[in-house]
Ligand binder design. Structure first.
Ligand SMILES: C[S@@+](CC[C@H](N)C(=O)[O-])C[C@H]1O[C@@H](n2cnc3c(N)ncnc32)[C@H](O)[C@@H]1O
Length: 242
């Protein structure tokens, strides 16, 4: 990219512009397993069966070790504090994947009921074995209605659905939603996306949005409060209408 284009991009106040772009990811040698498009249950099931950073470990001990990494425990503590704020006793997490945050939450607050869901049949079956503390269920956000909970957790799943899909799904939720964003689109992320999509092994992995674009997904149906969840940006959504 030329210096002039870079200077132009730097001058754009991205954090003020509602911009959604496609998100690409380079899975390297796992590309053959995932295919050119990640957004389906088979591809997610395939990547969860690997030993890489997206994998769900096969034993409880390995799973606990992986869940102790990063800031998962800090995120769980922040999520528990929000649950207390909204007086929720039952939390339902959608698109849990390897459920590292949810394991930390169950250990920190065994008094809370925890439901873990995803649309990946094989991963859900394995997670059910690993995670007896939680109710583990198959649930597809695109076709199933919200489950019974005092707080709905959307932890890093904003990337998975289009703007149109989220605008149909979010208004169906009548209890508070805690949405923890995967990443907000800022200059560094934009430059990375432009680089990644040029690589031969890039996989289409959904969407990445600036903060105004993300908030536009629920503006007509929900109010929000920005809440940091560990190092991730989070938004607590409450329905505008009772
Ligand atoms: C980026 S991963 C996040 C996983 C986990 N929440 C985390 O933060 O590590 C996105 C997850 O959303 C799930 N997902 C994608 N589309 C979905 C849908 N329509 N219904 C339910 N889950 C979905 C995928 O299976 C995947 O586990």
């Amino acid at each position: 990219m030329s210096r002039a284009v870079l200077a132009l991009l730097r001058a754009v106040p991205l954090h003020r512009i509602p911009l959604t772009i496609r998100h690409s990811y380079d899975f390297g040698t796992d590309r053959d397993l995932v295919g050119h498009r990640l957004l389906n249950a088979q591809s997610w099931d395939a990547i969860r069966a690997t030993a890489g950073p997206f994998g769900l470990p096969s034993t409880r001990t390995e799973w606990e070790i992986a869940a102790a990494e990063h800031d998962f425990a800090a995120r769980a503590a922040a999520i528990a504090a929000i649950a207390d704020d909204v007086a929720a006793r039952r939390i339902c997490s959608y698109g849990v994947g390897a459920a590292f945050v949810e394991l930390n939450l169950a250990r920190l607050r065994p008094d809370l009921e925890l439901v873990c869901t995803d649309f990946t049949p094989h991963t859900i079956a394995r997670l059910r074995e690993l995670f007896p503390e939680a109710e583990v269920r198959h649930h597809d956000l695109l076709t199933d209605t919200p489950l019974d909970a005092g707080l709905h957790l959307f932890h890093r799943i904003d990337s998975e659905l289009s703007n149109r899909q989220w605008r149909t799904i979010i208004p169906r939720f009548r209890e508070p939603i805690l949405l923890v964003a995967t990443e907000l689109l800022e200059l560094d992320a934009l430059l990375r996306e432009l680089r990644t999509r040029r690589t031969a092994t890039a996989t289409d992995a959904g969407y990445i949005r600036t903060e105004p674009a993300l908030r536009s997904l629920w503006r007509t149906s929900h109010r929000d409060r920005k809440v940091p969840i560990g190092r991730q940006p989070g938004f607590l959504l409450t329905p505008r209408l009772p």
